[in-house]
Design a protein around this ligand. Structure first.
Ligand SMILES: Cc1ncc(COP(=O)(O)O)c(C=O)c1O
Length: 347
């Protein structure tokens, strides 16, 4: 017998996007925001006192809960803080799934879900999207304890209307977790569903719209009874004192946030249009990335050639995705570099 549980021994583990250490690379592979966080964030970090570091942090991140509650029009009891959205996903698997309690989600989607299911040793029911990434009707019939819908979906960037997810929540016996990591770049969100359904959890990330991927902070919105259940499976101090102060400053600075998000959205439109001119099919995206399908090129070849030129995008060697590249929306300068090199590669 080995040291590890059998399912861990067999697991491949999650494969994060490359984080190149070299300077001067154009990094469009892990959907970070190309702009820095609010100056208020840096101020909050610098102003964190030695005394705050000496003591354990607030285990529930009260200051952030209040700020997120104000923003979402709920009470702080409806909010749970997490060490990045991935932490909340791990909590959800731990709280809802085991050998007898399956997890379901439409595919293709965020590749962390199956990795977490493996660790929890729960059965996974993957229900394929159609070509337009419509919500598969079969998702309501899986009897899973946890159903996850990533909305906007990664890596397609497509969005499912709140009404459709309300019908799904109504039909499901288990929990519906709506992963809104990219919702800051969409025109609508599904947070309102938590008022009508006690089985809905809405997950948010501070990594994308708020430019805090390095800080590790996110939160979820749900009914207080659901939040209390999730509190039982979180690490005792899952968010640290600096992170609570910084994330609170970020979410309180809505003017800065909105300005940046609007810049990314405008650049997303331009990048999509320029990629179409180069011969890619690019569907409308509601996220901070686009999924570009090579019409007459091999996606993997283009991906490899871009890396040789220090440009990183994401390629997934999976059915339905291996003819496409997922490209994070960068600054105009970064995107122009990508477009220039693509022109060369494709000519
Ligand atoms: C779909 C999706 N959900 C959740 C996350 C988690 O983000 P974080 O842990 O940085 O908040 C990511 C990160 O890329 C993501 O793509």
């Amino acid at each position: 017998m080995g040291y590890f549980r059998e399912n861990i021994e067999k697991a491949k583990g999650y494969e994060p996007g490359i984080q190149p250490a070299a300077a001067g690379v154009v990094k469009l592979n892990t959907n970070e925001n190309p702009y820095p966080p609010s100056p208020e964030v840096i101020k909050a970090i610098v102003e964190t006192s030695a005394e705050q570091l000496r003591r354990y942090p607030d285990p529930r991140g009260g200051a952030f809960r209040r700020a997120a509650a104000d923003l979402n029009g709920v009470e702080p009891e409806w909010i749970i803080c997490c060490n990045g959205g991935d932490d909340l996903l791990r909590m959800a698997f731990s709280a809802f799934c085991d050998k007898k309690r399956a997890c379901a989600y439409p595919v293709p989607t965020y590749s962390l879900y199956p990795a977490l299911a493996k660790v929890q040793n729960c059965r996974v029911i993957e229900v394929p999207f159609d070509d337009e990434f419509n919500l598969p009707a079969r998702l309501a019939q899986t009897k899973a304890a946890l159903t996850i819908v990533c909305n906007p979906n990664a890596p397609s960037g497509t969005f499912i209307a709140a009404g459709e997810l309300a019908s799904l929540a109504d039909e499901l016996k288990g929990v519906l977790l709506i992963d809104e990591a990219y919702v800051d770049f969409a025109e609508a969100d599904c947070a309102g569903l938590v008022r009508d359904f006690d089985n809905v959890v809405v997950l948010r990330s501070m990594s994308k719209g708020y430019s805090l991927a390095g800080l590790r902070f996110g939160y979820a919105i749900a009914r207080p009874e659901m939040i209390e259940g999730l509190m039982k499976v979180k690490d005792s101090y899952n968010v640290d004192a600096i992170a609570i102060a910084a994330a609170t400053a970020a979410i309180r600075d809505q003017n800065y946030f909105r300005t940046n998000v609007n810049k990314v959205k405008a650049e997303r439109g331009r990048l999509s249009e320029e990629l179409r001119k180069l011969g890619f099919d690019v569907a409308k995206s509601c996220a901070n990335f686009v999924l570009a399908k090579c019409r007459s090129c091999k996606a993997k070849d283009v991906y490899d050639k871009l890396i040789q030129r220090n440009i990183y995008v994401r390629f997934f060697d999976k059915p339905g995705l291996n003819d496409k590249l997922r490209i994070t929306v960068g600054t105009k300068g970064q995107d122009d570099k990508l477009l220039d090199v693509l022109k060369e590669i494709l000519s």
